[in-house]
Ligand binder design. Sequence first.
Ligand SMILES: NC(=O)c1ccc[n+]([C@@H]2O[C@H](COP(=O)([O-])OP(=O)(O)OC[C@H]3O[C@@H](n4cnc5c(N)ncnc54)[C@H](OP(=O)(O)O)[C@@H]3O)[C@@H](O)[C@H]2O)c1
Length: 337
Amino acid sequence: MSEVNRQWLLRRRPVGMVQESDFELRETPLPKPGPGEVLVKNLFLAFEPAMRGWMEDRPSYLPPVGIGEVMRGVTAGQVVESNLAGLEPGDLVSGFAGWQEWCIGDANVTKLPAGATPEFALSILGVTGMTAYFGLLDVGEPQAGETLVVSGAAGATGSVVGQIGKIEGLRVIGLAGGKRKCAWLTEELGFDGAIDYKHENIGERLSQLCPDGVDVFFDNTGGEVLDEVLARINLNARIVLCGGIARYNEEQPLPGPANYLNLTRQRGRMQGFIVLDYLARFDEAAAKLTAWCGEGKIRWKVDVQEGFENAPRTFKRLFTGENFGKQLLRIATPTSP
Ligand SMILES: NC(=O)c1ccc[n+]([C@@H]2O[C@H](COP(=O)([O-])OP(=O)(O)OC[C@H]3O[C@@H](n4cnc5c(N)ncnc54)[C@H](OP(=O)(O)O)[C@@H]3O)[C@@H](O)[C@H]2O)c1
């Protein structure tokens, strides 16, 4: 067993686009589990665009990561030593261990359901699946026959949102960057249409693909797409503000959408949400999503990079659109106890 624990720390607050040099690598001695604790070897780090916000020094739904602290993040790992009833060496677990190779866990560590791989746990059963499920079904209140538009549609969350939309009987149009991602949406995931927002005229294509207007917009990006959709909403439309990745790396706040007054004319609703507010209902979503995946109604994709030293580089892939699927980093492989 290794004698050291490598950790990625937050070195400074990012200005504009997050940089690899905003982090620094440190080695510390391997921690020892005390009573009621487990030693976990982390196998995967999972990356979320929201982590960019956690690096900033401003009030949010979670406190900012401190300078010199281990970068916060969701992980999956394997128990190596246990002083905690209910967890045995070899068990696969997930938690908020952050960007480090080893961690000490306690009762907050979650054992993965039997048969679930870390990849499935970190995508469908993790933040991604939960966000798609509650954001669309609870906040978006979709009705069969309506038109749903999803931005960031080929991403981890957006791709699941669109497929749930199809299960619920909606017409689904997705926006994604590039032909390859757009083809995946229509040819493999069953979206009714896709718009390559990087190369096509967003407004024109929305008018073509949504001739009867938009009833639900699940927004992962903000920016021009939000404005163009607002111009095309129907009576009583719901805009689900899941995220705004187009703005996360901007140095100064950008002006809001010019077409927002259409919400007044159309009696529309624009509502944000944070997935952590639904924690008490995660089991409900996990059961549904697992069943849909088992029935082949939802396909999921992970983008697995390799090597702990690549954590900052892997994080940046979210903001360049290089990731195709839930962005994960494999940092170790499981061993037999
Ligand atoms: N509210 C919540 O509780 C909650 C929870 C989880 C996630 N979220 C939000 O959900 C969204 C998706 O997160 P995810 O984890 O599923 O990531 P993801 O969609 O798998 O990855 C991010 C994607 O965003 C797109 N993107 C990057 N920069 C962009 C830009 N400037 N303009 C437009 N698109 C851009 C890229 O796709 P293209 O190649 O298509 O450009 C990239 O692949 C994020 O906004 C995130 O903050 C919210």
